[in-house]
Ligand binder design. Sequence first.
Ligand SMILES: Cc1cc2nc3c(=O)[nH]c(=O)nc-3n(C[C@H](O)[C@H](O)[C@H](O)COP(=O)(O)OP(=O)(O)OC[C@H]3O[C@@H](n4cnc5c(N)ncnc54)[C@H](O)[C@@H]3O)c2cc1C
Length: 446
Amino acid sequence: MAGREPTPKLSLERRVKGFEEIKGAYRPQQAVAEAARCLYCDDPPCNQGCPAGIDVLGFIQRLKTRNFSGAYRLIRRENPLGAICSRICPTEQLCEKECSSTELNEPIAIADLQRFVTDLELEKGIELPPKAKSSGKKVAIIGSGPAGLACASQLALLGHSPTIFEKERIPGGVLRNGIPEYRLPKRIVDRELDYLKRLGVEIKTNLEVKKIGPLFKKGFEAIFIAIGANEPVYMGIPGENLEGVYTAQEFLRRAKNNPKGLKIGRRVAVIGGGNVAMDSASTALRLRAREVAIIYRRTQKEMPAWREEIEEAREEGVWFSFLTLPTRFLGKRLEGMECIRMGLGKKDRSGRPRPVPIRGSEFTMPINTVILAIGQRSDPSFSKMNPGLEIDRAGLVIVKKKTQATSLKGVFAGGDIVSGGATVVEAIGEGKRAAVAIDKYLKKQG
Ligand SMILES: Cc1cc2nc3c(=O)[nH]c(=O)nc-3n(C[C@H](O)[C@H](O)[C@H](O)COP(=O)(O)OP(=O)(O)OC[C@H]3O[C@@H](n4cnc5c(N)ncnc54)[C@H](O)[C@@H]3O)c2cc1C
């Protein structure tokens, strides 16, 4: 068993340049062969590595015996967004990192196996799992990103009536309005949303919740805040309001929903060093920019983006200008960018060396589109409108770890509005944890 050759990992296949999804899904015999490499550990570390709580070993065992429907039922029980996670989870840092097969050979390609299983489920049509008897209790969920969706799905299974309030026209949060189409197609998110609606989750769009108090008056007995932290951050330098300067949030949303209507120049600079910057750069290439550069003020070593994302962007033709800081955007409509070279000083609060400008090193770069991808933050107006909701210095909601309970009675929170920006699967884990705590809370209320 230990000597079996791993089935090639599909996610490592080179990407194509276009908005169509990165090609490749296992064929049944490939999936079964890959599942057969599993060592079936007694205390499977892969299970511990999944924040959504999927029984990874369990679904791989079912795959090995060709019990495909058993495998997808098992995944769906724990994760209502399994097909989404199989495409965008950083599994190499989670379940696959923990996989015991790594010591012998390659880790089992868990994401590719999960994609095989969940795609098969989508093809066959998602079955509704059994639900608990109706409790008649209404729960309000603010925000329809992965945290809100996971919480709503668990609450519906537990017999409660969840209603999601979403300020945007299209629900799904970053899944539907941020993550590029070639990594996560809209049709996959829509299929999972459709399942949630069939499960009994009501989703009200174009409805921004500003104050939570009135929701209790409307008969909701508990509230889950899942508003994310997706407000843009600006550099505060001259020229940021010029035509041709986008925030990554606006750029990615428009590229996802109406790429033909998004006109960009031939030379594009993306400012920032995180995953959102990599997504923006790869998207700009797909919109036919001739040159796309990532401008980052430190070196590659300090970049927060995942290594795979950096390598993939580089392979696609994105180039990198390290130790560079823009100081001014130039022109009536953006024509160029003034920058300064940086050196690295002592470590700052983030534990990374502080970038220090090198005097006299200013230079100009000709560009016609800039995408600002220097971070995102929470919406400060929400906590201002809801006094008593305890937040930290960064404006993130403070919760009890085990229950996701906030400082307000009956109010819970999870996802990026608590973490400040993590992953989809972590948001799902927090949404599920909150649902369990809300269920207990509602039962206590009688
Ligand atoms: C471009 C991009 C790419 C990413 N890629 C990945 C990836 O590949 N893998 C990964 O695991 N993670 C990725 N992430 C991170 C991941 O998307 C987030 O961690 C996750 O979406 C957080 O989920 P959430 O539910 O907390 O918030 P969100 O997904 O941000 O959803 C919050 C929702 O709340 C709504 N809302 C806000 N305020 C209100 C209000 N007052 N009333 C009503 N509705 C409101 C918003 O409109 C939004 O729909 C990426 C993030 C970005 C920005």
